[in-house]
Design a protein around this ligand. Structure first.
Ligand code: NAP
Ligand code: MG
Length: 399
């Protein structure tokens, strides 16, 4: 059988622990037998990040900017315990954070829907994608505990000495205060990524803030989205038959609960944090959730939404076969291959990505599943298998 050809390589970012094992299994069992795979390999596993002073993460992000499409395995974000475990030189920053900052991107997450795993919200028939703004607001705030009567003020000092000042509150007694910010540049990049992604998947884009209450801060988000839409995307949306819809955040939540899905929902940083966990649990499991980072100039990095599944890895190290769900990582590969195919005009590669996804969904729907889905899926016959056998079942459907 001749293999499907590629033109431009994918940037391949390998990772840690159980997902690193699953990464190799996916390549060996369901990709390499069918595709003449071209990648530029970067080892983002923690030992190599430590050995290269994290330069490998920066190199991989720079190469992604040049080639346009990357696929990333889950990686450990070190904490004190990992410092010990891996004898690290430094508590390296989260690779996802580094890559996101370098690509200035927005993360889009959506559930992988299969028959038998029914969202708790019964009217959701199509996936809802959440786009979370990844910069600023309460995540970059300054807070002060006020310990007695005091006047709290908001002060902005410009380089020319000009000062803008407002009273926040005259405290008669103890209390709390918080200051936060965002930048026009970051909000614009967020808006552009969202409009591009919506066009890409041909789904309408919703955006919501609380601009009736926050007449300057949230209103700025609303205005920037509107300006970017009018200037760059309005006619493209019309051509694609999709719409941009702005509403208040509480109205958006109510409407989402009554919708049938098939929407990209842009959320401010905090709203996205809360709503993506709501969406993931309403749809079942993090192992059935895709995630892609899209930069405003159209660079894509595909990954799984879950972590390195440490608990399973420790079992694996003891020689036990684990039933780790490879779906999210598999969909990171199919997403990246499909995007590469689209950019390089390779119809058979795009078709392979579609068929691989379909074969994996069919495998689950026919009852061959990993352990995490056992209590989640409602089908008559369940055959719980380990990761390798699950992937082999997909491969035999594909073949
Ligand atoms: P996790 O790796 O997502 O795993 C948490 C639990 O969720 C697992 O123990 C497992 O439950 C279940 N789970 C997650 N993915 C699964 C899958 N594919 N198949 C089956 N079950 C799955 O989160 P964590 O344990 O909090 O974090 C572990 C490491 O991952 C940390 O070092 C963290 O820094 C890193 N992390 C990386 C990323 C990323 O690179 N994108 C994201 C988050 C966390 P059971 O044990 O009950 O089976
Ligand atoms: Mg959260």
């Amino acid at each position: 059988m001749s293999k499907i050809a590629m033109k431009t390589p994918l940037v391949e970012m390998d990772g840690d622990e159980m997902t690193r094992i699953v990464w190799k299994q996916i390549k060996d069992i369901v990709i390499l037998p069918f595709v003449d795979l071209k990648t530029e390999y970067f080892d983002l596993g923690l030992p190599n990040r430590d050995a290269t002073n994290d330069q490998v993460t920066i190199d991989s992000a720079n190469r992604t900017k040049e080639l346009g499409v990357a696929v990333k395995c889950a990686t450990i974000t070190p904490n004190a315990q990992r410092m010990d475990e891996y004898k690290l030189h430094q508590m390296w920053k989260s690779p996802n954070g580094t890559i996101r900052a370098m690509l200035d991107g927005t993360v889009f997450r959506s559930p992988i829907l299969v028959k038998g795993i029914n969202p708790f919200v019964t009217c959701w028939k199509k996936p809802i994608t959440i786009a979370r703004h990844a910069y600023g607001d309460v995540y970059r705030n300054s807070e002060i505990r006020v310990d007695g009567p005091a006047t709290a003020e908001l002060v902005v000092t410009y380089p020319d000495g000009r000062v803008d000042k407002k009273t926040i509150f005259d405290f008669k007694d103890a209390g709390i205060i918080q200051g936060m910010h965002n930048t026009d540049k970051s909000i614009e990049a967020f808006a552009r990524s969202c409009f591009m992604y919506a066009l890409d998947v041909k789904q309408s884009l919703w955006f919501a803030t609380k601009d009736t209450i926050s007449k300057t801060y949230d209103h700025r988000f609303k205005d920037i989205f509107n300006d970017v839409f009018e200037a760059e995307f309005k006619s493209k949306f019309e051509e694609a038959g999709i719409e941009y819809f702005y509403t208040l955040i509480d109205d958006a939540v109510a409407r989402i609960m009554r919708s049938e899905g098939g929407i990209v929902w842009a959320c401010k940083n905090y709203d996205g944090d809360v709503m993506s966990d709501m969406l993931a649990s309403a749809c079942g499991s993090l192992a059935m959730m895709t995630s892609v980072l899209v930069s405003p100039d159209g660079v894509y990095e595909y990954e799984a939404a879950h972590g390195t599944v440490t608990r399973h890895y420790y079992k694996y190290l003891k020689g036990e076969a684990t039933s780790t769900n490879p779906m999210a990582t598999l969909f990171a590969w199919t997403g990246a291959l499909r995007k590469r195919a689209e950019l390089d005009g390779l119809a058979d590669l795009a078709d392979f990505a579609d068929r691989l996804e379909k074969a994996s969904l069919d495998t689950i729907e026919s009852g061959t599943i990993t352990g995490d889905l056992k209590n989640l899926i409602d089908i008559p016959e369940k055959n719980v298998v380990n990761t390798e056998d699950f992937l082999k079942a997909i491969a035999s459907r594909l073949a």
